[in-house]
Design a protein around this ligand. Structure first.
Ligand code: DOR
Length: 454
């Protein structure tokens, strides 16, 4: 798909006068009470002004005829790796946010494992500066914990929280030992998000299986106990200090069992579409493209994770968008890197599940927007409601289109879901009242804003 400049594209006319109003007409609108209204939504100055069954267009207005389309709050993806600065051969903030716009993702929270690592206020400032120049959607960034940057963690601002890699990280970003973790839980006053894998057990098991190069061994090396051990430790420290904890990309049934038995109300957790929809059988189909951390699990775990999502043990969905080039992924295991892209397929993947009867559209909107805004205390986002930010996505739930490599915006250029026929593809994505994506075309003049965290 071509990336066009605003002045060259279908919406060129919008630039010729001051856009005060945008009216979406005849949409099937998801309301905050999970009911649908067939009606209109009026946007003004980046906000939702009115939601009603019929609104008369003020002048001047851009009118979108949304007949047959469903209007949802824009997706807030709370775990992505967008690779800039430092790893731009895999992805950058521009290409990643083009992918976001196409996928209906209107805001994202990004991880600190860029180069340099986002572990100081200076590195955070630099990322925010780059984002202001390059991001088509709204942005927020984590500050990464190291064994010795507690002062930076305590004062970093603005940030959505502290990210701790308890395992599966190299060098400074690895904080795996209880003695290193404890001060962060004891003193860190903001949300702590953990990548929960037990590094000691990973190292032991890497040695045990070092003669095997089939990528499926990845799920055995970083087995369920690797995840459970770390989740237990994070929960123990969070309980000790009553510290706000978020467990990133939960992958196993045994972790959901633990959380079902005892999940303090200050703990949240998330799951990725790939841990819900892919499993260890996927290695036979796509080899190292299925390799990620924490790894894909057995098919039984898919069902248990679904159950936990449906009954509220898991709070919301994140993609863990972690692109690597096809060349890097073609390396022989264990030299192949872990991670897969996700932002432009997550919404259609989940909406397709609604057609299969697995969940409802209001549940998907809650898991991918409302609940995320609530957990990260992002004001005025995640609902279609007057006064809220006009970050919206119009999706088509009638037609099915396959995931095709040629359509992808992510720089890495591949998806683990290629060939899957999906419905619920975004037709129009709106950021702060501006159309950033419409029917295959991007408006690359739009810029997102830094997210606020209350
Ligand atoms: O598989 C993964 N790859 N999981 C992560 O959490 C991060 C990552 C990466 O940055 O490549």
């Amino acid at each position: 798909m071509a990336r066009l400049n605003y002045s060259q594209n279908l919406f060129g006319a919008i630039n010729t006068y001051t856009m005060t109003h945008l009216l979406i007409r005849h949409a099937r609108i998801l309301l905050p009470d999970a009911q649908f209204l067939l009606g209109d939504v009026l946007l003004q100055d980046g906000k939702i002004l009115e939601v009603a069954s019929e609104i008369v267009a003020p002048n001047p207005s851009i009118v979108i005829d949304a007949t047959g389309l469903t209007l949802l709050p824009g997706v807030i993806d709370p775990q992505v790796h967008f690779r800039e600065p430092g790893l731009k051969h895999k992805e950058d903030l521009f290409t990643a946010t083009c992918a976001c716009a196409k996928g209906g993702v209107t805001s994202f929270l990004e991880m600190p494992n860029t180069r340099p690592l986002t572990i100081t206020q200076g590195a955070l400032n630099d990322k925010l500066h780059l984002a202001a120049q390059k991001c088509l959607v709204n942005y927020g960034f984590f500050i990464g914990a190291t064994p010795d940057n507690l002062p930076d963690l305590l004062t970093a601002n603005p940030t959505c929280g502290i990210k701790i890699f308890m395992g599966s990280a190299h060098g400074k970003l690895l904080v795996s030992r209880e003695a290193e973790l404890e001060p962060i839980f004891a003193e860190g006053t903001r949300l702590i998000a953990v990548h929960a894998e037990d590094q000691t057990r990973i190292i032991q098991r890497r040695q045990k299986f070092s003669n095997i190069i089939h990528p499926a061994i990845h799920s055995q090396i970083q087995d369920e106990k690797v995840a459970l051990n770390a989740t237990k430790l994070a929960l123990k420290l969070s309980n000790k200090y009553q510290r706000r904890l978020h467990i990133l990309h939960l992958s196993t049934g045994i972790e959901t069992k633990l959380l079902r038995e005892s999940k303090p109300n200050w703990v949240t957790t998330e799951v990725t579409p790939q841990h819900l929809l892919l499993n260890t059988e996927t290695y036979n189909r796509i080899g190292t493209l299925a390799q990620m951390n924490p790894p894909l699990r057995s098919p039984e775990n898919n069902d248990i994770l679904w159950e936990a999502l449906l009954d509220g043990v898991i709070d919301f969905i994140a993609t863990d968008h972690a692109p690597h080039t096809l060349e890097e992924k073609a390396k022989i295991y264990p030299d192949s890197p872990s991670g897969m892209p996700g932002v432009e397929t997550s919404l259609p993947l989940m909406l397709t599940q609604t057609k299969l009867g697995r969940c409802s559209i209001p549940q998907v909107a809650n898991w991918m927007s409302t609940a995320v805004a609530k957990a990260y205390k992002i004001p005025n986002k995640g609902l279609i409601k007057p006064g809220y930010d006009a970050d919206l996505v119009l999706v088509d739930l009638e037609n099915y289109t396959p995931v095709r490599r040629k359509d992808l915006q992510t720089k890495c250029g591949w998806s683990p879901f290629e060939g899957w026929k999906l419905t619920g593809w975004p037709i129009i994505t709106i950021i702060g009242g501006q159309i950033v994506y419409e029917r295959g075309k991007l408006n690359t003049d739009v810029r997102g804003k830094p997210l606020k965290f209350e």
